[in-house]
Design a protein around this ligand. Sequence first.
Ligand code: UDX
Ligand code: UDX
Length: 476
Amino acid sequence: MLISKKNLINLRIRKICCIGAGYVGGPTMAVISDHCPHLKVTLVDKDKSKIDAWNSIDLSNLPIYEPGLREVIQRNRGKNLFFSINIKKAIEEADMIFISVNTPTKINGLGAGYASDLKWIESSARQVAQYSQGHTIVVEKSTVPVRTAELIQEILLNSENSTYKDKKTFSVISSPEFLAEGTAIKDLENPDRVLIGGTDQEAIDLLKDIYLRWISEDKILLTNLWSSELSKLIANAFLAQRVSSINSISALCEVTGADIHEVVKAIGSDQRIGSKFLSPSPGFGGSCFKKDILNLVYLCRFYNLEEAANYWEQVLFINDWQKERISSRIIEKFYGTVSNKNILILGFAFKSNTNDTRESPSIGISKDLLENGARLFINDPKVGKKQIEKELELKEGEINQISTGGWTYADDIYHFSKNIDAIIILTEWDFYKQLNWEKISLNMRKPSWIFDTRNIVSKIDISKFNINYWQVGTTN
Ligand code: UDX
Ligand code: UDX
């Protein structure tokens, strides 16, 4: 989307800025700085504590955990990679600005519960309009509803609140990020594809030039703006749909005697189906899948495509059902009550190799058990006590108002397995695959249970230890 080509031809990208130093902006800019030593890359964020954490000398205090991220930060921070709260300065000097702020689901107003809240995108665009100078290329990195670029363009064109009165121009292009948490650096280093959507060829070429430093040209797909914006939503919707599909079949396997892992192997061997994203689980979590599908449903309804909206909404219904189903199974196995039962939860992050707990299935399942009076002991290799308190809305050691349930942070699994009635595995950390189940089983109170929602322990191995075992998708 070209606003004016003035100044653009001679423009060379030397300084880039990214608004939003979160799970997407942080790793993305770190990898760009690694491959483009000629660029000065500045990440800005309104959250000072986050920027302080990105700047912390001790790299174990970075605000997010991602395998390989520390090394990239160590190589580039202070050289050509900077973290700052000085948004004004970073925008003033930037030739290209990435917008990577969060776009949560709206909680009130029109479209509440479905539509994405674009207030942060809007305020970022206003800051760009106010502080930018000369020609600036604006790149949408955040996942946004179709036609958000139009909103950004309108703000940039019509802003009267500019610090600088000389003529400024903008190009808006879209380049959504497909990285998955836990493998962000790997995904950024070696993406399946990179999308650039827009009509301004020069702006597209300048961004393409950055990616070409480490990504081969055949992986860089050029589309129109709206296809680029929509493709990101659809990629997430398709991935989430696979998880809900396999989870719905996991329930069928449990009652029919089929084994979900055998079914997955059988169907995944068909190249048309493919083997990825077919692992049964307690449901998908993370910041994107639910939000993006809600947004897709909203878009379909907005355009009067009620049937399409209903179709995609089912993916979310199944996901909620899977979580509720697992809580119910656990309670049923204890003859309808977990009141005063000691339960060790293994995993609070929404998947392994991340400290992110947004929409984690562990939250809902833990809350269900707390409401039923259970005493929970929660372990996660990367999620700390404060984060769990925030998600459960219950302080460690406090008693839940509705029941007598409460929770304790369990940093040592062996110590906290003493007198435990059940262990529920909710995140697929490699660490859990190496646990000494014999030692744990001796600590547990009998009759004891393991509920494995991630296929971490083998039923055959566990059968030696006099523990009852339940696994998602197999007959138990
Ligand atoms: C978010 C969205 O969830 C995703 O859809 C989108 O593709 C990219 O942005 P993520 O990076 O995981 O992904 O979000 P988060 O970790 O919350 O980071 C966003 C950051 O933007 C936060 O640190 C927040 O403080 C910052 N922010 C938000 C600003 O700096 N300015 C704002 O106006 C709003
Ligand atoms: C996702 C997309 O993969 C990524 O391309 C996009 O940029 C952001 O959203 P992310 O949410 O970080 O990434 O993780 P992902 O690996 O996709 O997992 C999402 C959820 O699905 C997790 O809770 C995971 O445990 C679950 N999942 C995934 C399953 O339950 N089964 C599977 O087979 C795969």
